[in-house]
Design a protein around this ligand. Sequence first.
Ligand SMILES: Nc1ncnc2c1ncn2[C@@H]1O[C@H](COP(=O)(O)OP(=O)(O)O)[C@@H](O)[C@H]1O
Ligand SMILES: [Mg+2]
Length: 366
Amino acid sequence: MAQPRVLVLFGGVSSEHSVSCLTAAGVLAAIDPERYQVVTVGITADGHWTPVDRVTVQAYGSVSGLPQVAPGPEALLFRDGPTVALATRRGDKLTDLTSVDVALPLLHGPFGEDGTVQGWFELLGLPYVGAGVLASAACTDKITTKRLLAQAGLPVGPSVGLDDWAWRHDREACLARVDQLRPPWFVKPSRGGSSVGISRVEQREDLAAAIAEARRWDPRVIVEQGVTGAREIECGVLIDRRLGPPTASLPGEIKLAQADRFYDFGLKYLSADGVDLMAPAALEPAQTTAVQELAVAACLALDVEGLARVDSFVKGAEIVINEVNTMPGFTAISLFPRLWGVSGVSYPELIARLLDEALSRPPGLR
Ligand SMILES: Nc1ncnc2c1ncn2[C@@H]1O[C@H](COP(=O)(O)OP(=O)(O)O)[C@@H](O)[C@H]1O
Ligand SMILES: [Mg+2]
């Protein structure tokens, strides 16, 4: 294909809307204009798809505060004979009709990274970057990720899943299950992201409030036994089935200045004071290899395609996997691209590899 037309999709209804906008700004600045034509569509925080011009997207990177997709005319994506078309609806007229060859969904969290948008692309027959429906759904849901990893014999920490029914019908039984885990506890929305809705709890009497907070974001809640004294290590993985098994980047590290703080939303996006993102992490060679092998094994167990960032806790020779992100933060200063940078794959090349892999996928069940 001479110059594939890429649909860059960003924003979305999840708590990670603004992060996704920043990712889109980073990707637009780096995508090779000689190789790809780009069309940009934002999803507003209430779920409307709307065209956003390139200049606006690139400016997201320099707005003060958190960028948002502004409301606008509806963008429509539909089957048009053998191709997939994108158009803008103005009243009862369709304008700016164009075909698209591949989608780059730069969406994080529910209704973006969780298989729903991926399912829409499958129905349209539109190739897309990243994990398929099942892997996207499994990796977004922390309860399911841990189940599948444990079943594959991979190390995960102890946790309990509290679904909506269980919590509403028998809180005491839920709390009794949590009592089996040592404090501190990490209480999380099972399908969250960017640390939104997560609490670190030390006292049993604070558990119910933390669960209520997590339930504001997701009726499925996971409570994990806190890992203490460990390093937070993250590893990039690229998966291209044409080339063989997944490949892992050098691992990186999230270094927090305060031992009792976790990597919360404020540290992630509001002020980087108090956190260092080390790329690569200073690890023993054996630790590096072990982290990389586990990251690859996790992607195979979860059947991830395209890309993932596998996050683990490392204490000496002991490693547990925390989570697998199928659309990790992807701005030029995010850890995922930086880790590939120090592993020999530049940011523009990374984007090109992902698009070319997506375009190479056969249609239908894979
Ligand atoms: N079991 C745990 N033990 C210790 N720290 C944790 C644990 N779970 C999460 N954290 C801390 O909370 C942060 C956010 O949790 P995480 O599961 O990665 O959620 P998110 O999907 O929002 O990134 C982690 O980066 C880490 O700092
Ligand atoms: Mg995380």
